[in-house]
Design a protein. Sequence first.
Lengths: 116, 115
Amino acid sequence: GAVVSQHPSWVICKSGTSVKIECRSLDFQATTMFWYRQFPKQSLMLMATSNEGSKATYEQGVEKDKFLINHASLTLSTLTVTSAHPEDSSFYICSAGGSGRAFEQFFGPGTRLTVL
Amino acid sequence: AQTVTQSQPEMSVQEAETVTLSCTYDTSESDYYLFWYKQPPSRQMILVIRQEAYKQQNATENRFSVNFQKAAKSFSLKISDSQLGDAAMYFCAYRRGSSASKIIFGSGTRLSIRP
């Protein structure tokens, strides 16, 4: 299958700072990327869907000003957690989908964010 | 709205035995996909098996097979000859027909394998 990378894999930051997480599709063009959040022992909750060159669509209850998503190219999407607080500590996973109805979505390895 | 329900938070099976994980879903769409994903301790999501709603034949991937009951909106996963490496969190998931559609996940079933 196709490969999706995330960087960094683990980040620790101080409360009030901003953190950027990158999601890259390495061997295909990702027309759509998805950002999920996963708390310990829970399922993946979709935060937002982004299409290359357009604004992200956020799920209900997700603060768009706090979780900034940019899908600048067909291989890169970024999630910026602004003014992070301890409650933002979580595991963030991206997935990328290509064109074509049957195209599978591929998941990145995830980023563990710890806010002190 | 589409929903996916997994009613078994935890399951346990003896190595080499067969186990079935349950999943039900709700949708008014006719064009959709159903998936089972595995999430091992590394937390990398791994696609186990995929079923297209239009296909009546149940999908099979080596030791993994599904029982897709469209009318009942049921989609169970059978793991045959369970191996220690099968221990993981398993998520049932739904997606509308378009590849640009979001995936909706169930709450997950934690599968443990007894040696």
